[in-house]
Design a protein around this ligand. Sequence first.
Ligand SMILES: [Zn+2]
Length: 232
Amino acid sequence: MYQYQDARQRLAACEGAIADPKRERALTDLKDRVQAGLAAVKGLEQACLRLKRNNRQLEEECRVYEEQIRELETTLYSGKISVPKELAQLQRRIAEYQKAKADREEQIIDQLYQLESKEGDLAQAQEEGIKLQRQLEGALATETQRVESLRGRLQQIKAEISDLEQALSGELKEYYRRSAKALKGIVVAPVENGLCGFCHVILPPAVLEKVKRGGTGITVCENCGRGLFFQK
Ligand SMILES: [Zn+2]
């Protein structure tokens, strides 16, 4: 009976260890961090792409302005235009285009700085992501191994329990079934130096005598209600 109870307790402990909420939470946290890392990488990649696209657009605009400036200058210096008002207008347009082009060039430089910084962030995020991914893979492998080994032990304990159960009398089985829940799985306790092995209360001689005699029926500790027995 004592062995049976012990095996039962080991079974419960083993089942508890398999479904360990703390470990589960740690794994979920790690998975969440991997997901967040991937999202960060994606966000930075998109930001870099956006900056590159913007710069290409600005470069194209610069090229167009340059062309227009060249055309206007050709006209200006061709000598064909002699009306001062028209000349002044041409010069004003050239100045406007030059200003527009310079503005875009400034934006390009500004965005190149931004791009450099974002690319640095991206490289860091990618590295961090790889590290987290590896960490997760390692944790998952460890967990799988742990659970597998526990399942193996669980099978062993179950086999042990079923063997022990066959050796138990119907009365004892019934007693265990009835008391296990109320007594939190510990339904029997050995007598140790005249004390109850569970609650350590001093057992009266009459009780000890009854336990020693054995026979049918279970003698329980009057204090904690555990069935008493002498360890062989
Ligand atoms: Zn007791």
